[in-house]
Design a protein around this ligand. Structure first.
Ligand code: GUN
Length: 294
């Protein structure tokens, strides 16, 4: 079997077109959704993610307040900026790009964000709401993964899902979302991680394998069954002298070999990445509607 490639760029473009229309309608009611973005330090991957987020805001007509701070920014200054954004009525969503440079306390920063503006869904109050199944902002990457699956016609109910990776940003929230008793859940989930004894045993059993491990070739063709659905969340830079930049992007999955066995697979780039940003835009628009009582 050769897999159907799930085109994240296309799914994201469709959703962004819908959001753009919605933003235009809100503008007629004098509502302009706004996103406050904070990037601390010069990590190149974070810089490119943040630039993409800012561009996406502009594309669909959102206001964005962009703040790039030096790596030696103090905790106090960072907290003060978050507080300022909490009070700013033009800002409906606050995004602090992670990871923060060493020396800054990530947990304290996330806790300082007004939960009503926490469009990343990382505030412990929103994480708690997600776990108990209350309406809240869903974290963008896991929500994007679920949208890709649903919009590709993949059935989640009763599916065996193996998630590889247990980060707070992807693995843990995704596992929680997939076990909820609702239309985007009802799956049976196994979460694998660096201390899992026999990774292949779990991935081979799975109908859906979702990989967010941060390491190329974490999942290879011998580790999956025929007809598996594979979602690759990984973004890794590997050296490539044929590229002007000197590197190319690859995921966590051996794409070329696994696509010959899978029924569906996401590419890197062009799979999950565009969806993460789209769900951020979605949450920001939702937040503006809630703030306006709509
Ligand atoms: N770093 C990697 N992914 C994300 C994300 O979705 N949001 C934020 N704020 N930082 C990240």
């Amino acid at each position: 079997m050769t897999a159907r490639i799930i085109d994240g760029k296309q799914v994201a473009a469709d959703m962004r077109a819908e959001l753009k229309d919605e933003v235009a309608r809100l503008k007629q009611q004098a509502i302009v959704p706004g996103l406050g973005v904070i990037l601390v330090g010069e990590d190149p991957a974070s810089q490119s993610y943040v630039t993409a987020k800012e561009r996406a805001c502009e594309d669909i007509g959102l206001y964005s307040d962009d703040n790039r701070l030096p790596a030696d920014t103090s905790q106090e200054d960072l907290m003060a900026l978050v507080e300022k954004m909490n009070k700013d009525p033009k800002i409906n969503g606050i995004l602090v790009q992670l990871p923060l440079p060493k020396g800054l306390n990530e947990a304290d920063v996330l806790l300082a964000i007004d939960p009503a503006k926490d469009v990343d869904g990382f505030h412990p109050m929103n994480v708690g709401k997600m776990v108990v199944g209350e309406k809240t902002f869903l974290p963008c990457t896991p929500h994007g993964v679920i949208q890709l699956l649903i919009r590709s016609g993949v059935k989640l109910e009763g599916a065996e899902v193996a998630i590889v990776g247990r980060s707070n940003i992807v693995g843990k929230p995704l596992a929680n979302m997939l076990i909820q008793k609702n239309a985007t859940g009802n799956a049976t989930v196994t979460v694998c991680h660096t201390r899992t004894k026999n990774l292949a045993e779990h991935t081979k059993r799975a109908d859906i394998v979702i990989v967010a491990a941060g390491r190329p070739n974490t999942v290879t063709a011998d580790m999956v069954k025929d007809g598996v659905v594979v979602i690759d969340v990984g973004v890794n830079r590997v050296e490539d002298a044929t590229k002007k930049s000197g590197y190319r992007l690859v995921g966590d999955v051996d794409f070329e070999a696994v696509k010959e066995k899978a029924s569906f697979i996401t590419p890197v780039p062009g799979g999950v990445g565009p969806m993460t940003i789209t769900m951020l835009l979605y949450n920001t628009v939702e937040s503006a509607k809630r703030a306006a009582g709509l």
